[in-house]
Design a protein around this ligand. Structure first.
Ligand code: SAM
Length: 215
């Protein structure tokens, strides 16, 4: 998702109390920022942020951080949170490639990846957020019992993600190729903006959950 460039969006983000500036300074100290010891869950590529805002409202006992590469997209989330403040939610504008520079070992309990960009060309495979390269980054920051949750309607990207996870030695904790007709995996499901759009077109939603520990 890349909205047209919005003039002044970088400045608005730099001034926002919801957006963490110089996030590397909090590495190893994110609990101090939230002023509690609650687990921290992140979404990478959060888009306009509806998924995380809904979760943060439902679970005040968890901390959430949304990560988004583009200012023009993040701005939409900032506009929403101004209307509905949530003390347990923060945002970071960054490319997730450098995520181990932002979070220390075992600082994050859960990573959500929702409708990640497919990067269809083979030569761009490393940019996919479920590539082995990204899984290695997640491995560095997740707690031992932490998990990665990934949803998409893109069958090729889902197949690729399963292959990469297996090759990298992750355990497939749960998996469905039709989330909206899987009662167990649908429990507590929060629809993202893309999920709403693609499921309305009749596309089955695929979901997997990965962990490092044995099932
Ligand atoms: N998660 C939202 C949803 O399901 O509605 C948005 C999905 S949109 C297709 C993917 C988003 O991921 C875009 O906003 C894009 O800018 C962001 N993104 C892609 N690669 C990223 C990266 N390496 N780091 C941070 N954000 C990224």
């Amino acid at each position: 998702m890349r909205l047209r460039n919005i003039p002044g969006s970088r400045e608005l983000i730099a001034d926002s109390q919801w957006c963490i500036q110089n996030p590397e300074q909090w590495r190893g100290h994110w609990h101090q920022l939230f002023e509690n010891k609650n687990p921290i869950h992140i979404e990478i590529g959060m888009g306009k942020g509806r998924f995380l805002m809904t979760l943060a409202g439902l679970h005040p006992d968890l901390n959430y951080i949304g990560i988004e590469k583009y200012s023009s997209v993040l701005l939409r989330a900032l506009q929403k949170i101004e209307e509905q403040p949530l003390p347990n939610l923060k945002f970071i504008r960054m490319d997730a490639e450098t995520i181990p520079e932002i979070f220390a070992e075992e600082e994050i309990s859960r990573i959500y990846l929702n409708f990640s960009d497919p990067w269809p060309k083979d030569r761009h495979a490393k940019r996919r957020l479920t590539s082995m390269e990204f899984l290695a980054r997640y491995d560095k920051i997740l707690t031992k019992d932490g998990q990665v949750e990934f949803k998409t309607d893109n069958v090729s990207l889902f197949d690729f993600s399963l292959e990469q996870a297996q090759a990298a030695g992750w355990n497939l904790w749960a998996c469905t190729r039709d989330l909206h007709h899987d009662d167990k995996m649908m429990e507590g499901n929060i629809m993202t903006e893309y999920e709403q759009r693609f499921s309305a077109l009749g596309n089955p939603i695929h979901k997997l959950i990965l962990r490092r520990e044995e099932t």
